[in-house]
Design a binder for this molecule. Sequence first.
Ligand code: CP
Length: 334
Amino acid sequence: MKDFHDLADFQADEINALLELAGRLESSPEPHALAGKVLALLFLSPSLRTLASFQAAMTRLGGGSFVISPNMSIHGLETRPGIVMDGMAAEHIREAVPVIASYADAIGIRAFAERESLEADLTDKEFNSMRELCEIPRINMESAINHPCQSLADWKTMDDLGVPRSGGKFVLSWAYHPRALPLAVPAATVHMAAMRGMDVSVLRPEGFELPDAIMQKAAAAAEKSGGSVVETSDHDAALEGANIIYAKSWSSTKHYGNRPADEEFRRGLDDWCVDEPWFEKAHDDCRFMHCLPVRRGVVVADRILDGPRSIVIQEARNRMYAQMAVLHQMLVNS
Ligand code: CP
């Protein structure tokens, strides 16, 4: 495997092979598989899980890793192309990425959406411009429009718990958050659940429709897998019979890139906080998922997050095993 940017770059049997490998590495550790290999981790945005799980994954496979982020004691990093660097930043990403890559066997890059232009973010402009700066295998650790590591871990979590693929109902529900958040997780999640063969409902208020490009990509995955994808603002229709309620907030499509307008638009939607009534018509053992970090009492009630339906800790733990599988496929015998 040369790159891990998007689950859509893989066939279903390739994803199944990765999931099988992740399960094998969980039950039968291989502490020397990546001895002598180095993973570079470039974080241009904050992280807890991605940072810790990649470092733990490399260590458990016998390799090493190093982290570069603007919060560290490094020269200020400039990411804008064609800029005259007469401000605070002393180093451009055009040198930084190839230098970092020259120390490593693979590189993970995290660069959140700029959230100025929906069109630019949908093409993953910033992430793509960075990955083109190096030749070694590259991993998307969350870009403007994708989070494949989260999706692989979420898929494994559902498999581990026996959540049905075919015929399973997956509800991706918008949830309230005071700020406009990126589309990366909802875009990756709706595609993952469709590719897994589930019947996917995207539940959101009017004005928070997922962009057509995201829905069309998910619909194409569903067509191949035998699943389905619909979008609705009807709570009862969406939640009835759900096996999974996956909560996430995202920017309004109507006011994308205009934060004050988005914040004004979402005012009054604070009842979109997942709580017991959401599960009334759901499947008896319906589970609650979230990629974390999550705002308690805003996105989801404590009693759900702390209760038996919540599988958020399993999802986070599976980040490590999913990424171990990716790194193993990328770097063993490379
Ligand atoms: N879910 C996720 O990617 O978490 P972090 O932002 O903490 O890495």
